[in-house]
Design a protein around this ligand. Structure first.
Ligand code: GLU
Length: 420
């Protein structure tokens, strides 16, 4: 693959997205500057004693981007490519995501530069607990509530919850979401991002008159989001999953396969690659397959001006945050491809995080049916708001979503005013 011409710096991309919409909304220059800057950034360098007895210093971040609407909210990512600009972008996107979904949170994100695949469970626990205690000064159920993201999960959240609870002297379940059920997690949180993505794709399919039964799907990324999305589309919509990939590569089969069997295979072998009855496909090629629906569910910056002209899908559902550059957005828009942007498409995760937090604060737990039904209502409502904005302003779905989100945050500033 040749190199795209445009920047792949996620925070530069996030700011371009704000600029583009700011102009169309005639936003005042001062307000635009407010929206383009994070409110608070914490960088921590902290030591962890590794299994071999040696001490290693890790760098982590927590960026609290904007809390005009409510407490900060957003996941924590463990990845070797984490950088301050990436965390800023992800925190910025959380702000718009919560606003577009209509849930009462601002946006934040955290990250630690590490390679979780090369660390033991013991090392991960110590790194997580020390990172949690480093950021403890700014997180809490009423101010900033972390959750899982790339390479973090319920176990990570349990360690953070325990670390914060130990220093308080009592259990504080509301400090994080995405927890295991027994310590205050919510039914349906594990698959929430994917279930929400399924609802969003279903609504988009209605608009473009695509029948989901038998529709072909390629999914880049087979982590929590991609795996559940493939499963739900296969089991609940009768769609044909013809390709999936993970960090080691991908698989494709024209006949399609059951993602649940691929999941079992991946648990045994460590990858989807080599699943019987499939051919190998690379992580670049999977984006250009001849499918009805493409779901990038891995990392940022994979759809660029370089490969966008070759994408064949009719609908793109962004399970990942930031997979598409603004230049690629323009190409998809011109080509009539309906792209459901990350801040809408994967908003089901933070929506059920909100449900989890509400259940924690009220100490009353809901059934799975309650969670799914409320999630569906929030997703369909947000989808329609964005679709209407897209129609009335004649913009693409991303700009429509940004308009809905930015309007809300700006309205919050109008009521609250600028302190002092
Ligand atoms: N990390 C997820 C996201 O990017 C979930 C955030 C949350 O639940 O707070 O939306």
């Amino acid at each position: 693959m040749s190199k795209p011409k445009e920047t792949l710096n996620p925070f530069e991309i996030a700011r371009t997205q704000i600029d583009r919409v700011g102009k169309k909304l005639n936003l005042d220059g001062g307000m635009l500057e407010v929206l383009k800057n994070p409110r608070r950034e914490l960088t921590v360098h902290f030591p962890v004693k590794m299994d071999d007895g040696k001490v290693k210093v890790f760098t982590g971040y927590r960026v609290q981007y904007n809390d005009a609407i409510g407490p900060f909210k957003g996941g924590i990512r463990y990845h070797w490519n984490v950088s301050l600009d990436e965390v800023r972008a992800l925190a910025c996107w959380m702000t718009w995501k919560c606003a577009v979904m209509g849930i009462p949170y601002g946006g934040a994100k955290g990250g630690v530069i590490c390679n979780p695949k090369e660390m033991s469970k013991n090392e991960l626990e110590h790194m997580t607990r020390r990172y949690a205690s480093e950021i403890a000064i700014i997180i809490g159920p009423e101010k900033d509530i972390p959750a899982p993201d790339v390479y973090t999960d319920g176990q990570t959240m349990a360690w953070i919850m325990d670390t914060i609870s130990m220093s308080k002297g009592f259990a504080v379940p509301g400090v994080v979401t995405g927890k295991p059920l027994v310590i205050g997690g919510s039914l349906g949180r594990d698959e929430a991002t994917s279930r929400g993505l399924m609802y969003a794709v279903r609504e988009a399919a209605k608009k473009v008159k695509l029948t989901l039964k038998g529709a072909t799907i390629a999914v880049q990324g087979f982590g929590n989001v991609g795996m559940h999305f493939a499963r739900l589309m296969h089991d609940e919509q009768g769609s044909k999953i013809i390709a999936v990939s993970d960090s080691k590569g991908g698989i494709v089969s024209e006949k399609g396969f059951d993602p649940k069997e691929v999941q079992v295979f991946k648990e045994k072998t460590g990858s989807v690659v080599g699943f019987p009855g499939t051919k190998p496909v690379s992580n670049e090629e999977i984006l250009e397959l001849d499918v009805d629906i493409l779901a990038p569910c891995a990392l940022e910056g994979v759809l660029t001006s370089e490969n966008a002209p070759r994408v064949k899908a009719k609908i793109i559902g962004e399970g990942a945050n930031g997979p598409t550059t603004p230049e690629a957005d323009d190409i998809f828009h011109k080509r009539g491809i309906v792209l459901i942007p990350d801040i809408l498409a994967n908003g089901g995760g933070v929506t059920v995080s909100y449900f989890e937090w509400v259940q924690n604060l009220s100490e009353f737990f809901w059934t799975k049916a309650d969670v799914d039904q409320k999630l569906e209502g929030v997703m369909v409502g947000a989808f329609n708001r964005v679709w209407e904005m897209r129609e009335s302003k004649k913009v693409d779905m991303r700009q429509g979503a940004y308009m809905v989100a930015i309007n809300r945050v700006v309205e919050a500033y109008k009521w609250r005013g600028i302190f002092p």
